[in-house]
Write a protein of this length. Structure first.
Length: 563
C-alpha cells in the first residue's frame, strides 16, 4: 500500500512539485492581488459556518441584500428576495421537517429550486436533489433509497404517489416559481438549524459504471471547494455571473454555479429547460455571464455552430469537465476564441474540481494539476505509486471530500479506513505535475495475455476525424468470451450515408492505428458502428454500460463495418 506519510510542501507552481506532493493548505496560487471572497469570509467569520449563513445571511447583514443573487430564465432575484423565499419555504412547506431528515427536491433549475434547497438546509435537514429528466422508475428507486421525510416537486411531475406517500409515508409538496411566496418577517442566522452529523446535502453519482452512490456532503464542503478553486483555478468576484450547462442535481453544476456564486457574493444564472444551444446563446446574450461551466460536447456544438466571438465576449473563462477534453478540441477552441478553456477533473465524492488547468498555464490534452487543498496518488495494481509518465489508477483526498455514503456502510468504512477516494480514473502524470486522463480503469479492454486497449487513445483519433461528431470505444465479447474493440461513431453530417461514413472512418482509423502501433495488431478496432447518438446519463456522461449492451443487439438504426 502507498506510504501515507506527509511530505514537505513544495511551491505548487514549481516544476519539481508532483501533484501528490501539493499540500493541504489554502495558500494562494496565481490569483494576483485579488483576495478571494471565500478567504475573506474565513477571516471575518471563521471556518465552521452554516452553509446558508455563508451563502445568504452574511450578505444581507453586511448591507448587500440588494445585490443580484439569481438570474433565473431572465428573472432577477436579489439576495434579500431569495432569503424571503427561503423563509417562506422553511416556515411553511418544511414546517414538519426535523433536523437530520432527508428532503427530496425534484425541481427544475429555478428560483423555487434554490429556495427549497437552502430552506431544507436552514431547517437542519439534508437536501437531496434528483434529476427531473430521469425515467420515473429510476427516480423511484433513488427516492426509496433516500427514505425522505418530504418530497418537493413541481405540478405535473410523474411521481408514484402510492410508493412515496403510501410505502415511504412521505408527504408530497408541490412548488414552482408561480406558487413560491415570500416571508418578510425577520429571518437570519438565529433561524438556522443543523443536524448532529453536520451534513447539508447529498448527491447521487452518475451511475454510468454501476448503481449510483449516494454521497453526503457537509456544510463546509462547498466553502472549502471554493477556496481551492479560487486558489488553483480562477478567483470569483462580486461582479461575476456564472452559467452552467450541468444542472443543479449534479455536483459540477450545483457547487460550481449556485453555491460558488452565492458564497462569493456573485450571481448564478439558472436555466430551467434542458440544454439547447440556441437557448444557451440567448441566455448568454441576455445575461452576459463571465464564467461558463461546460462539457466537451458543448464546446463541440459551439464550434460547429461558429458562434460569433462578440456573443461570447462577456465570458472571461470557460471550464470543461465531466469528460476528457480532446487535444484537438482544445486547439480548435484556442484558434477561434480568446477565452481560456480550462480542462478540469472533479468528483462528487471530493466535493468538486480537484485537478485543473488555470489561465496562462493551460495545456491541451492535459486535465491540469492538482489544486491546493487536495492530494493525489497514482497507483499500480499492487498499490505502489507509479513513476512519472506511467499509467495507474488515480486516488485522491482533500478539504471538500465526503466522509459518508448513505446506506453503504462497507464503502463508508473503507473510506474511513484509508482516507482516500478511488476515482476509477486511469491517468498518468508528467514531471511538471500535469495529469493526462487515459479513460476509466473499468473501460480498459483486455484483448490478450496482458495486452490492453485504452479506449481513450482510439477515441482521440476518432474525435479528430472530420466526419465524426461524437465517438466511444468499448469491448465486445464473442461467443467464446474473447474481447475485441468496437467503435461507435455519430456522423457529423446526418444527410450522409451511414454505411459510407462507417466505411470511410474505419479505413482511416485502421491506417492511423497501424501507423502509431505498427507491431501491435491487437490494438485494431474490430468494427465501427454508426449510430444517431450515444447513450448518456442525465448529466451528459457517456453510458458505457449501455454501449456494451448495444454491442450484442442487432438494430436497423445502426450501420456497421467490420475491419
Amino acid at each position: 500500500m502507498p506510504d501515507d506519510t506527509e511530505k514537505p510542501d513544495p511551491e505548487p507552481d514549481s516544476p519539481k512539485a508532483k501533484a501528490s506532493d501539493i499540500n493541504m493548505s489554502y495558500s494562494s496560487v496565481g490569483c494576483g492581488a485579488m483576495e478571494s471572497s471565500a478567504r475573506k469570509h474565513d477571516r471575518e467569520e471563521g471556518h465552521n459556518t452554516h452553509l446558508v449563513e455563508a451563502a445568504l445571511c452574511r450578505h444581507i447583514r453586511n448591507g448587500n441584500g440588494s445585490r443580484l443573487a439569481l438570474l433565473a430564465d431572465g428573472v432577477a432575484i436579489s439576495y434579500e428576495r431569495l432569503a424571503q423565499h427561503v423563509a417562506f419555504v422553511q416556515r411553511g412547506v418544511l414546517a414538519t421537517v426535523k433536523p437530520g431528515d432527508r428532503v427530496v427536491i425534484l425541481l427544475h433549475d429555478s428560483v423555487s429550486f434554490a429556495a427549497a434547497f437552502f430552506a431544507t438546509i436552514a431547517a437542519g435537514a439534508i437536501a437531496a436533489p434528483i434529476s427531473t429528466i430521469l425515467a420515473p422508475a429510476d427516480r423511484t428507486q433513488l427516492i426509496r433509497r433516500l427514505e425522505p421525510a418530504l418530497l418537493i416537486t413541481y405540478p405535473g411531475a410523474e411521481i408514484d404517489h402510492r410508493d412515496v406517500e403510501g410505502v415511504l409515508q412521505a408527504p408530497i409538496q408541490l412548488l414552482n416559481d408561480e406558487s413560491l411566496g415570500v416571508d418578510t418577517r425577520p429571518w437570519n442566522t438565529n433561524d438556522l438549524k443543523t443536524n448532529l452529523d453536520g451534513f447539508a446535502y447529498c448527491l447521487f453519482s452518475s451511475g454510468t459504471t454501476g448503481a449510483p452512490k449516494c454521497i453526503l456532503l457537509a456544510h463546509q464542503s462547498p466553502m472549502a471547494c471554493l477556496r481551492a478553486f479560487e486558489d488553483g483555478v480562477a478567483p470569483i468576484g462580486g461582479d461575476d455571473r456564472i452559467i452552467s450547462i450541468p444542472k443543479m442535481t449534479f455536483g459540477y453544476g450545483l457547487v460550481g454555479n449556485l453555491l460558488f456564486a452565492l458564497l462569493s457574493g456573485s450571481t448564478s444564472i439558472l436555466q430551467s429547460a434542458p440544454f439547447d444551444l440556441s437557448r444557451l446563446i440567448q441566455a448568454i446574450e441576455r445575461d452576459r455571464p463571465t464564467m461558463l461551466l461546460a462539457q466537451p460536447r458543448v464546446i463541440t456544438k459551439i464550434l460547429d455552430a461558429q458562434i460569433d466571438r462578440q456573443i461570447l465576449s462577456s465570458i472571461r473563462v470557460c471550464i470543461s469537465a465531466g469528460e476528457s477534453l480532446p487535444k484537438t478540441l482544445f486547439a480548435a477552441w484556442a484558434s477561434n476564441y480568446r477565452i481560456p478553456l480550462l480542462d478540469a477533473l472533479g468528483s462528487t465524492e471530493l466535493g468538486h474540481i480537484f485537478v485543473a488547468n488555470k489561465p496562462s498555464h493551460e495545456r491541451g490534452g492535459s486535465t491540469g494539476r492538482v489544486v491546493p487543498g487536495y492530494q493525489i496518488r497514482i497507483l499500480a495494481p499492487d498499490g505502489s505509486e507509479v513513476a512519472d509518465n506511467e499509467k495507474g489508477e488515480l486516488v485522491a483526498r482533500g478539504i471538500g471530500m465526503t466522509r459518508c455514503y448513505l446506506g453503504d456502510t462497507k464503502r463508508t468504512a473503507a473510506l474511513t479506513r484509508t482516507g482516500w477516494v478511488h476515482t476509477g480514473d486511469f491517468v498518468s502524470r508528467d514531471a511538471d505535475g500535469y495529469l493526462t486522463i487515459h479513460g476509466r480503469t473499468d473501460d480498459l479492454i483486455k484483448v490478450g495475455c496482458g495486452e490492453w486497449i485504452i479506449p481513450a487513445e482510439i477515441e482521440e483519433m476518432l474525435s479528430a476525424d472530420i466526419d465524426v461528431l461524437d465517438c466511444a470505444v468499448v469491448g465486445q465479447a464473442n461467443a467464446e468470451g474473447l474481447l475485441s474493440a468496437v467503435a461507435f461513431i455519430v456522423r457529423r453530417d446526418f444527410s450522409a450515408d451511414p454505411n459510407l461514413v462507417a466505411r470511410t472512418v474505419a479505413n482511416r482509423l485502421s491506417n492511423l492505428v497501424t501507423e502509431r502501433w505498427p507491431h501491435e495488431d491487437y490494438r485494431r478496432v474490430e468494427k465501427v458502428v454508426c449510430v444517431d447518438h450515444l447513450p448518456r446519463s442525465a448529466n451528459g456522461k457517456l453510458n458505457r454500460l449501455q454501449l456494451r449492451a448495444m454491442c450484442n443487439q442487432e438494430s436497423e438504426s445502426t450501420s456497421e463495418l467490420r475491419l
